[in-house]
Design a protein around this ligand. Structure first.
Ligand SMILES: O=C(CO)COP(=O)(O)O
Length: 247
């Protein structure tokens, strides 16, 4: 069975109480494809507000979580605390965390393993930078990032892999459907050869980077594109159209 289409909205460090209330009112009122799993990721401060307001079919994700349940980790939040608020998901390894906050492959992998062990599902982000693509290292980079995670976990059931080429994030320069398909196909093959056939078949591999209502349908037609992780456009009414890209 084909895995369920998945659309995440990564709000990044955007929004206020009022802005998010309006955004979620719009989502709650929207006709969302019942075959799509929708997960929104507001800033940590607003997780509680958004979880309480969003329809229960809409999942809520944190944008990060540390690999300890509690303790002296100023500024961090834990998977246990997410569970306490009824939050089901966390985004880990986003390129902005890797780049700006210097998160290593190993640190990301440790956080993925800890979140899963704590009962939080993970959207694990991977992807190459522009210079890496231009020098033909795309597969090498995603392999390295996947390998780090595979070293720490065996069971990928609660993992969604987000392929987000860094050059496409927030740039308006979306990967072509062929470019996305090529890397998604590679990731699935890697899972088949390095984890298992079942994991390769069942794991959602979603695309992120300048997805909008105009390009989503073509991307969604690709065989190995199982959904999206949307940044900028998830803050706009067009997010509903992206959720409905397959209908
Ligand atoms: O980083 C992203 C989602 O995590 C993509 O951001 P944009 O959709 O704004 O390019």
């Amino acid at each position: 069975m084909a895995p369920r289409f998945f659309v995440g909205g990564n709000f990044k460090m955007n929004g206020t109480q009022t802005f998010l209330r309006n955004l979620i009112d719009n989502l709650n009122a929207g006709q969302l494809d019942e075959n799509a799993e929708v997960v929104i990721a507001p800033p940590a401060l607003y997780l509680d507000q958004c979880r309480k307001q969003a329809r229960k079919e809409i999942g809520v994700a944190a944008q990060n979580a540390f690999n300890a349940s509690s303790g002296a980790y100023t500024g961090e939040i834990s998977p246990e605390q997410l569970k306490d608020l009824g939050i089901e998901w966390v985004i880990l390894g986003h390129s902005e965390r890797r780049e700006i906050f210097k998160e290593s492959d190993e640190f990301v992998a440790a956080k993925v393993a800890f979140a899963l062990k704590s009962g939080i599902k993970v959207i694990a982000c991977i992807g190459e930078k522009l210079n890496e693509r231009e020098s033909g290292q795309t597969f090498e980079v995603v392999t390295r990032q996947l390998q780090a995670i595979a070293k720490e976990i065996n069971d990928w059931t609660n993992v969604v892999i987000a392929y987000e080429p860094v050059w496409a994030i927030g740039t308006g320069k979306v990967a072509t459907p062929q470019q996305a398909q090529e890397v998604h196909e590679y990731i699935r093959k890697w899972l088949r050869e390095n984890v298992s056939e079942a994991t390769a078949e069942q794991t959602r591999i979603i695309y992120g980077g300048s997805v909008n209502a105009s390009n989503a349908a073509e991307l969604a037609k690709q065989k190995d594109v199982d959904g999206f992780l949307v940044g900028g456009a998830s803050l706009k009414p067009e997010f509903v159209n992206i959720v409905n890209a397959r209908i």
